[in-house]
Design a protein around this ligand. Structure first.
Ligand code: IFM
Length: 992
């Protein structure tokens, strides 16, 4: 018993993240209102669904309580609304005018049918625009009947009347009403028989409830974490309530005030009326006051479960990294294993000079000092990709430690941790020093610990505060709860002030775990709403795709500049240096889904244009030469040698020779402009980039006496061969750069007509190795003379490091390609290659490609999809998706391969959905593997949000503004609407 009431049944004896009250009465009563208010204040999302206008309800509540519910909706579906910023729309939003006419027809027709049974029934058309008609079968016994006794009597009376007129019962009346409504053209009518009325509507309370659950989903709360308390059955629809992609059945529903009526299927009836409801609300509030941990939600395609005994901890720690674009922290166990220490890095903060520049590691807030991380039997972590929250359980039976943590995407550089520890918890610092870099200084001010780590110029300052409480655990013994909030001030230029970070932590920590969690998961839900990709028909692939998108979104800041290293913020691999991985692989996803982040990445390049111009000058060239590896200053930081696996020192020549990046930086800028139409950027800093890179190529290209133009002595993406002349990829990218500059740059004082003409002439004269007879581009001059060797036939598997398998010497002399090189052209600049050349080049290069770089499989997936080789495309895509999840390269422990993840999105968006911006038009040319039932992609093109869904023969496009599409050759001008197209043979036609 609990305060005189029975203990809560197991179903509701847990923490929920949101509570919805579905009230059959227009008033909540002061006690319920107060209980809801304090639950909301304690951090739960709270909603009310009642037969009253939300504005009126809100006004009434304003007098009574301090924290009104987050969501309020009129259960009639009459313009349901959310209190707050956004508007709540019922899940079904039919065309109003047509629906009202159909409803009128249905009402009239039902009245006629009832007249045939001798019932003279008046029809009410609701003058307030509600999409419904009501027939008063028995005037006086209306929907407003609320007292249980009156309701019972009314039901009996209606039954008697219907029986006497030969209609049967209420069920038959409902069936009849639904039938006439369907005959009138309403596809899926809502019928409610209650008291003496029958109502035909388009939307009912069930739809409103669905819309509320959906709204919670958009705020990052899963239906599995929602408690729905139904206060009385009046107005409750007697039909299963489906959700489009969520399952309302996942919501835990209880009925109070059921007046003895049977609870609807899936709903648990609880005795005790409103007092019982208050008990539930108070219980949820107390769980928050006791600082319980939110439980992990398991949802296919969203929950990444990682289990292990510690041996693979470094890989697991990297896989489970949490980041927010500014900082990243490994998802290592909170109990630190000194052999596998956790890491923390900050975007753009480096240490060291020149080739020794490396990403600085900072203080770790996600470690509990005093616990031994090696001492556990198993550890199970669940990363909820939808909310960016990591749940952990580890230890031994009887001494299981649980934790929940996140790095706030709503409030970048804020880390939050809650730990539940059984028994006594050894004291330990709130910030652990980094394993790789020395602590500059540290201290404590009142309850706050702070620590600073200095880089060569800037550094990372962190402040953390925590609250430890001892309480009685469920099993009787003591347990400890630790709540920790840490704030980071990373600064690439100056060592941040310790006082400032300590001061800034105060108001953030004061928000508390619950509020920080709510805003964080809501921010993640918004990011997903703009960028999700849904692959129906392949659960494993779906999870892998979301995993890739999750890290892409987490790794890039969307303000200022974003230096995105090859491993993002997920590790220190490649010393955190920025490669073409950022511009060519990561940026397109962001340009198409979250342009602010793409713009921040470009800002990083723009601010380093002066350094690139100095580098060009140093090489006696004009324009700007972007470095192969770049860090803070923008000078080249590529190492000049490294030890191979046998310990031998081998030179690294990519810094000197891998010049194609000079074209990829403007390519990324063009990609951003193509998706966004950002004229200010295009005419300002973007123009500058294009001009200076074109100038570089113009000075780099050598024109021979026969008039042919060449680029000698480079490395292409295939780094097995170096140096090479006339690498097709480098030459064609340079050609693209020259042409785009000549086309897009408005002539001015700085760029004259003569210079543009020269760019175009050079572009025209550049050799590209294309052979018209075979249709194949020779990867570089002399490639065809190398030993013909099909790595697909000699290697035991791919991906494989062919240089390790065959030895560097043999690899150099053979037609073995490390990663997509010629094929990368078909992917990046399809308008620059000869039409129809994809297939012969795929046939030639695919079996010769070892995929020795993780960047390769996703690009192959993309071009294979374009060539309609869907099984092979899918196999390559699967490889890309599993690259880190299965540690296929053996290097995941040093960070995740962000370029691979960007490639995954590109394979889906460009390869399968066939998306490609072309001027003001977005081209769409989708293909779908037979094993998928659909592919859905969300993008933002020219400021219009688009959802494209491809099924086998249909394509559905929803837009929230005016947009021009070209669907497989069919021009389509859309407004804010949804359009369905069907494929007939090679052509598309509009269906609706
Ligand atoms: O940029 C890549 C390169 O293409 C292959 N080696 C690894 C680099 C960083 O990911």
């Amino acid at each position: 018993m609990n305060g005189g009431r029975p203990a809560l049944p197991a179903l509701v004896d847990r923490r929920f993240e949101a509570v919805l009250v579905w009230s059959s009465r227009p008033d909540l009563g002061p006690d319920t209102a107060r209980a809801l208010s304090s639950l909301h204040r304690a951090g739960a999302a709270v909603g009310v669904l009642a037969p009253i206008s939300p504005t009126v309800l809100s006004d009434r509540l304003a007098d009574e309580i301090e924290h009104p519910p987050l969501l309020m909706a009129d259960s009639s579906g009459n313009g349901g609304m959310v209190l707050g910023s956004s508007a709540l729309r019922p899940a079904r939003s039919p065309d109003h005018g047509a629906s009202l006419r159909a409803l009128e027809a249905a009402g009239a027709s039902l009245a006629e049918r009832l007249a045939a049974f001798g019932l003279d029934v008046p029809v009410y058309r609701h003058p307030d625009g509600r999409p419904r008609v009501t027939l008063d079968v028995m005037p006086g016994l209306g929907l407003g009947t609320v007292s249980p006794a009156a309701a019972r009597a009314a039901r009996a009376e209606v039954r008697r009347l219907l029986g006497a007129r030969g209609i049967g019962g209420v069920g038959d009346l409902a069936t009849l009403a639904a039938q006439v409504a369907r005959d009138a053209g309403i596809e899926d009518p809502r019928v409610l028989v209650d008291g003496g009325t029958v109502e035909i509507a388009l939307v009912d309370a069930g739809d409103v409830a669905v819309a509320m659950v959906e709204e919670l989903w958009h705020r990052g709360v899963d239906p599995q974490a929602v408690l729905l308390v139904i206060d009385g059955l009046a107005g409750f629809p007697r039909r299963p309530v489906p959700l489009v992609d969520l399952d309302l059945g996942a919501v835990t529903s209880v009925l109070v005030n059921g007046a003895g009526a049977a609870a609807p299927p899936g709903v648990l009836a609880l005795a005790g009326g409103r007092a019982r409801m208050r008990q539930l609300l108070v219980d949820q509030r107390r769980r928050r006051e006791r600082r319980t941990l939110p439980a992990p939600v398991f949802r296919d395609g969203w929950s990444l479960i990682v289990e292990g005994d510690g041996r693979e901890e470094r890989v697991h720690g990297a896989i489970l990294t949490l980041a927010d674009g500014r900082i990243g922290m490994s998802g290592s166990l909170v109990a630190v294993d000194p052999a596998r220490p956790p890491f923390m890095v900050a975007e753009g903060v480096y240490d060291g000079q020149g080739t020794r520049t490396h990403l600085l590691t900072g203080p770790v807030a996600f470690g509990l000092g005093g616990l031994d991380g090696a001492d556990h039997e198993t550890a199970r972590r669940v990363l909820d990709l939808r909310t960016g929250v990591l749940h952990e359980r580890f230890g031994r039976p009887g001494t299981v430690v649980e934790s929940v943590r996140f790095v706030s995407i709503a409030r970048p550089a804020t880390a939050v941790l809650r730990v539940r520890h059984p028994g006594a918890l050894p004291a330990g610092p709130a910030l652990l020093p980094p394993a790789d870099d020395p602590v500059h200084d540290r201290g404590r001010r009142r309850q706050v610990s702070w620590m600073r780590v200095a880089g060569s110029t800037g550094g990372i300052a962190a402040a953390a505060t925590e609250r430890r409480t001892r309480r009685q655990g469920a099993a009787g013994g003591d347990e400890h709860v630790v709540d920790r909030v840490a704030l980071y001030h990373p600064d690439p230029e100056e060592l941040p002030d310790a006082e400032a970070v300590v001061e800034a932590l105060g108001p953030v920590a004061a928000l508390g775990f619950e509020r920080l969690l709510a805003e964080h998961r809501e921010a993640w839900a918004r990011r997903w709403h703009a960028a999700d990709v849904v692959v129906e028909g392949d659960h494993e692939l779906q999870l892998g795709v979301r995993y890739a998108l999750f890290h892409l979104m987490a790794s890039v800041a969307d303000t200022g500049e974003a230096a995105v290293g090859a491993r993002g913020l997920t590790g220190t691999g490649y010393s955190g240096h920025v490669f073409w991985d950022a511009d060519t692989f990561v940026l397109p996803f962001l340009a198409a889904t979250h342009p602010a982040a793409a713009r921040a990445m470009l800002e990083y390049r723009i601010r380093r244009l002066p350094a690139a111009m100095i580098a060009a000058r140093a090489a006696a060239r004009a324009g700007a030469r972007y470095p192969w590896e770049s860090a803070r200053t923008g000078e080249d930081v590529t190492p000049i040698s490294a030890r191979d696996r046998a310990g031998k020192l081998v030179p690294i020549r990519t810094g000197q020779l891998e010049e194609h990046i000079v074209a990829e930086v403007p390519w990324a800028a063009a990609c951003y402009v193509d998706w966004t139409g950002d004229e200010e950027f295009a005419c300002g800093p973007g123009r500058h980039l294009l001009v200076e890179t074109a100038r570089y190529w113009a000075s780099r290209i050598r024109v021979e006496p026969d008039g042919s133009a060449h680029i000698y002595g480079v490395v292409g993406p295939d780094e097995y061969h170096e140096p090479v002349d006339d690498n097709a990829f480098t030459n064609v990218m340079a050609r693209w750069n020259l042409r785009r500059a000549a086309e897009a740059v408005a002539l001015g004082e700085d760029v004259g007509e003569a210079e543009c003409r020269r760019w175009l002439a050079l572009a025209e004269a550049l050799v590209d190795g294309y052979d018209g007879d075979s249709g194949v581009y020779e990867q570089f001059a002399g490639f065809h003379r190398l030993e013909p060797l099909l790595i697909a036939e000699v290697a035991p598997r791919r991906p494989i490091a062919a240089d390790l398998l065959l030895g560097a010497e043999r690899t150099r002399g053979a037609q073995v390609v490390k990663q997509a090189d010629v094929l990368m052209l078909h992917h990046l600049v399809p308008d620059e290659v000869v039409p129809g050349s994809l297939e012969p080049n795929l046939r030639f290069y695919e079996p010769r490609t070892a995929h020795g770089s993780s960047l390769s499989p996703a690009i192959h997936a993309s071009v294979l999809a374009r060539a309609q080789e869907l099984d092979a495309a899918l196999a390559s895509l699967r490889l890309a998706v599993r690259m880190d999840l299965d540690d296929l390269t053996g290097s995941t422990a040093t960070g995740l391969h962000l370029a691979t993840m960007g490639g995954v999105w590109q394979a889906l968006a460009h390869g399968f959905m066939g998306l490609r911006p072309q001027g003001d038009v977005l081209r769409v040319d989708p293909v779908l593997p037979s094993s998928w039932s659909s592919l859905e992609i969300r993008v933002r093109f020219r400021d219009v949000a688009l959802v494209l869904r491809k099924e086998h023969t249909l394509l559905t496009v929803s837009a929230d503004g005016r947009v021009s599409l070209d669907v497989g050759g069919l021009a389509l001008e859309m407004g804010p609407q949804t359009c369905t197209l069907r494929r007939r043979g090679p052509k598309w036609e509009v269906v609706t």
